[in-house]
Design a protein around this ligand. Structure first.
Ligand code: FES
Ligand code: FES
Length: 159
């Protein structure tokens, strides 16, 4: 079946198997491998993307459900060569080890900060409870969220 989606602001289409997940479509058919496939059953959050503005696990969504809708992936965050503030913060805080979970965390953290101006550590832990990391112990990820949140809201205040 033909599925047509707006991905990171560009309309794309692909011929996919009717049972194909959105994750398979973005990775294999649209050539966007940033979203990772770690569990394929909604447990780890490494495949997090936005579908029509809502954070979803792309492994749990059929590609067909995204037809004629807007998808935003981790590849849509950087502005050319310039990293998104959340990506910068992860690098700065050293919140990346193997990196497999990182795209999902970056997407989930961006979603949280874009929606919530003053996130507390408890809210961050709750919001990120669907994202699993086997390497970092989470302390540096929380530090990255603090750095990114401070910078993103500072930039908004400057506008
Ligand atoms: S790959 Fe989708 S939640 Fe793990
Ligand atoms: S950095 Fe390895 S799983 Fe998170």
């Amino acid at each position: 079946m033909l599925v047509r989606v707006s991905v990171n602001g560009e309309w794309r289409e692909a011929e996919v198997w009717p049972g194909s997940s959105l994750l398979t479509m973005v990775r294999d058919d649209l050539g966007l491998p940033g979203s990772k496939n770690a569990c394929e059953q909604g447990e780890c959050g490494s495949c997090s993307v936005w579908l029509a503005g809502e954070l979803v696990c792309a492994c749990l969504v059929l590609a067909a459900q995204a037809h004629e809708r807007e998808v935003r992936t981790v590849e849509g965050l950087a502005a050319g060569e310039a990293m998104h503030p959340v990506q910068e913060a992860f690098v700065e805080a050293g919140a990346v080890q193997c990196g497999f979970c990182t795209p999902g965390f970056v997407v989930a953290v961006t979603d949280l900060i874009e929606r919530d101006e003053a996130v507390t550590d408890a809210e961050v832990r709750e919001a990120l409870s669907g994202n699993l990391c086997r390497c970092t112990g989470y302390a540096k990820i929380l530090e990255a969220v603090r750095i990114a949140s401070g910078r993103m809201h500072l930039r908004e205040d400057e506008v």
